[in-house]
Design a protein around this ligand. Structure first.
Ligand code: FE2
Ligand code: FE2
Length: 142
C-alpha cells in the first residue's frame, strides 16, 4: 500500500522534474531570435505549462499532498492555482498576437520574457513550500 510519505515523494519528484524541464524551455524562449522561433517556443511552452499545472492540481498531486500534510498553505496554493489560469491565458493571448496580428517581435518578446519571470517567481514559491513541507511535515501521520 502506498503511504502518504511515498505519494508525497512521487509527486515531489514529478513536480521537480517538470520545473527543470520548464527552466530549459524558458532559456530557449529567451534565446528566440525571431517571431517564428518565438511562436514555436511559445506553443511548446504553453503545452508544457498546461500539462504541468494539471499534474500540480490533480487529485493526489502536489497541491493536494501539501494541503493534506500542511493545510496552512491552503490560501497560498489557492493563489497559485489562480496564477496557473492567468499564465495560460496570457500565453494564449501572446500566441494570438503573433498569429492573428503579426505583432512585432520586440513587443511580443518583451511580454514573453515577462511571463517567464512570473513563472519563475511562481515556481520559486512552490519550491519553497515543497522544501519546507518535505523537511518538516512529510512524516506526520505515518
Ligand atoms: Fe504551479
Ligand atoms: Fe510548478
Amino acid at each position: 500500500m502506498t503511504s502518504r510519505k511515498d505519494s508525497g515523494r512521487k509527486s515531489e519528484q514529478k513536480v521537480l522534474a517538470q520545473h527543470r524541464a520548464l527552466r530549459e524551455q524558458i532559456t530557449a524562449l529567451r534565446e528566440s531570435k525571431d517571431s517564428k522561433a518565438l511562436l514555436d517556443q511559445l506553443r511548446s511552452f504553453r503545452g508544457s505549462l498546461s500539462e504541468h499545472f494539471c499534474v500540480e492540481e490533480a487529485a493526489g498531486g502536489f497541491y493536494a499532498s501539501v494541503i493534506l500534510i500542511a493545510p496552512r498553505h491552503q490560501s497560498v496554493l489557492d493563489g497559485l492555482c489562480t496564477e496557473h489560469q492567468e499564465l495560460l491565458q496570457d500565453t494564449d493571448e501572446l500566441i494570438a498576437r503573433i498569429t492573428d496580428d503579426g505583432d512585432d517581435f520586440v513587443a511580443v518578446r518583451k511580454d514573453a520574457l515577462h511571463i517567464c519571470e512570473r513563472l519563475e517567481k511562481h515556481e520559486a514559491q512552490e519550491n519553497e513550500i515543497l522544501q519546507e513541507v518535505m523537511n518538516t511535515d512529510i512524516g506526520v501521520g505515518d
